[in-house]
Design a protein around this ligand. Structure first.
Ligand SMILES: [Mg+2]
Length: 259
């Protein structure tokens, strides 16, 4: 078995970024040596901070599937392998700048100071700086009316980009999503273990749907700020509790059923 999880609003509390309420189930996974893979819109430096804090040393996926990080191939090699799935952020920023000239109104990380990002996210200064070190995706705050979003989506699509909503931001990327990243990860584990793992995916927002639908079992964690996203899957658990408390309950339920 393999567990792949979103962070914000799923394993981490939407407001406080605490995972305390998920500790029990997290320990149960650790004691069973079940890989716990983080798959988030966060950057590599942000995820490294959480991996250290949660004492997790498994592969991880950054920037909404922009890149998959896999362990070094040999003991002599210290560096993790970064498999880039998304295009370079500079190409995204060029399209966004054209979109703004075409009359769409938004504020992206590129336009924001560290203080702006701290205010929009509730992150402290160091964490906000880490969040701004982006390579594959650009989060933005939408300043036009919601009725203008479909036109914006169509515009960036015509330029090879896609957008998905997360808990706070709209994430713009080029040719990558969490579902694609999960396929890449499954291939790695198939080679590593000799067979495909059963994948349990957990998420709370639209940007998790491709990952949830690509998993064997999907857990939609109740969000503190929005409705459950629509997930097309035969085996979905919708948690009653929000964030890490919902995560904890769902993992315990699945481990009990899979005994
Ligand atoms: Mg989330």
């Amino acid at each position: 078995m393999l567990v792949i999880t979103d962070l914000d609003g799923t394993l981490l509390d939407h407001e406080t970024y605490s995972w305390a309420e998920a500790s029990e189930a997290k320990e149960m996974l650790a004691s069973r040596h079940i890989p716990l893979v983080m798959c988030s819109s966060k950057t590599v430096s942000e995820i490294q901070t959480f991996r250290a804090a949660l004492e997790i040393n498994y592969p991880f996926i950054v920037e909404n599937g922009g890149a998959v990080y896999l362990p070094p191939k040999s003991d002599q090699d210290a560096d993790w392998n970064c498999i880039a799935l998304g295009k370079n952020r500079a190409e995204i920023l060029a399209v966004l700048s054209d979109a703004r000239r075409s009359g769409f109104s938004f504020k992206s990380f590129q336009d924001m100071s560290v203080k702006d990002v701290m205010e929009a996210t509730g992150l402290d200064q160091d964490s906000a700086r880490q969040a701004m070190q982006r390579e594959f995706t650009e989060p933005l705050l939408w300043l036009d009316g919601d009725d203008r979003l479909p036109a914006f989506s169509k515009y960036i699509k015509s330029r090879g980009l896609t957008m998905v909503s997360g808990g706070r931001f709209i994430h713009v990327s080029a040719g990558c999503d969490k579902g694609n990243a999960l396929y890449c990860l499954k291939k790695y584990y198939e080679q590593e273990f000799g067979s495909l793992p059963t994948v349990i995916a957990l998420g709370d927002s639209s940007n998790d749907v491709s990952m949830l639908e690509a998993a064997d079992r999907a857990v939609v964690v109740k969000s503190a700020v929005q409705d459950y996203p629509q997930v097309n899957h035969k085996q979905v658990i919708y948690t009653e509790k929000t964030g890490p408390a919902g995560w904890n309950a769902a993992i315990k339920q699945i481990l009990f059923e899979e005994r």
